[in-house]
Design a protein around this ligand. Structure first.
Ligand SMILES: Nc1ncnc2c1ncn2[C@@H]1O[C@H](COP(=O)(O)OP(=O)(O)OP(=O)(O)O)[C@@H](O)[C@H]1O
Length: 254
């Protein structure tokens, strides 16, 4: 587990000011969700923690050390799964473990165990194109978890999935995270997903993105999605985002 701090972080792409003076401290072991309108720099913040994008000013630190380049202790999972198509699910998961120095047989055994934790125990020998989108995304998530990163960065990890699969994967991630000690930063457009999973929901305002609200979610897990405190928080977050409640959307995504 590691703490992550954004200290007065700003980011410009050419003349476009994307982030302005973002100040945020994420405690070691915390699960933080970032929500906000499209184009406010949420993915850019994750890429900065991953070491893929430097801030224009300010700094991003992990455990007090300035992030300068990618490191295996910080893993990024995208919306589009990034499994290697020429490897089976089992070998995809095992690969990261082998990079870390596990002997091949031990890595493959661990990969089987990880896949079983997300109901993919019977699919280890399948190639990515032979399984569904939800199954691929599950495999991508356990591939990231298997190497036991200190910081897990999730960029709309369930965004491309149908609603039912998304709910199922949210439940699985909640279970996996409770058992694994790591710091998680997750970007999502789904306020309910943020409230179901996170310890804290950070709201970014319109571009140039900055933190406009920071809501703790003081509920133990597993959570009921309809718990009254969550519904109250949801209303507050939607108000922060300027979403009109009268639209009566059953499931609100931004
Ligand atoms: N490498 C880049 N070069 C130029 N512009 C970029 C680059 N990366 C991001 N941007 C711009 O920065 C802005 C913020 O992008 P980013 O993907 O971080 O936003 P976001 O909040 O994650 O958006 P969304 O919610 O739509 O995914 C966008 O206008 C995007 O075009």
């Amino acid at each position: 587990m590691s703490s992550v701090t954004f200290e007065h972080v700003s980011k410009d792409f050419g003349t476009l000011s994307v982030l302005q003076d973002v100040h945020l401290h994420v405690n070691s072991g915390q699960f933080v969700a970032l929500v906000g309108p499209s184009g406010t720099g949420k993915s850019t913040l994750l890429r900065m923690v991953a070491g893929l994008e430097p801030p224009t000013s300010g700094q991003v630190t992990v455990d007090g050390q300035s992030v300068r380049r990618p490191h295996a202790s910080r893993t990024l999972v995208f919306q589009e799964h990034a499994l290697l198509p020429w490897l089976t699910l089992q070998d995809n998961v095992a690969l990261g473990l082998e990079f870390q120095g596990s002997p091949r047989s031990a890595a493959r055994q661990q990969a089987v165990e990880w896949l079983a934790r997300v109901s993919l125990g019977d699919f280890g020998t399948y190639y990515p194109h032979q399984v569904s989108g939800g199954m691929r995304q599950r495999a991508a998530i356990v591939r990231a978890l298997a190497v036991r990163p200190r910081v897990l960065l999730l960029d709309e990890p369930f965004g491309a999935l149908d609603a039912l699969t998304r709910l199922q994967l949210q439940r699985e991630l909640s279970g996996l995270w409770t058992g694994g000690n790591m710091t998680v930063l997750m970007v999502t457009h789904d306020v309910e997903e943020a409230l179901y999973l996170a310890d804290r929901v950070i709201v970014l305002g319109p571009r140039p993105g900055r933190v406009i609200a920071d809501h703790p979610v003081p509920l133990p897990r597993p959570r009921s999605r309809t718990a009254p405190p969550l519904l109250t928080l949801r209303q507050r977050i939607l108000a922060d985002l300027g979403v009109d409640e009268s639209s009566q959307l059953k499931e609100v995504t931004l």
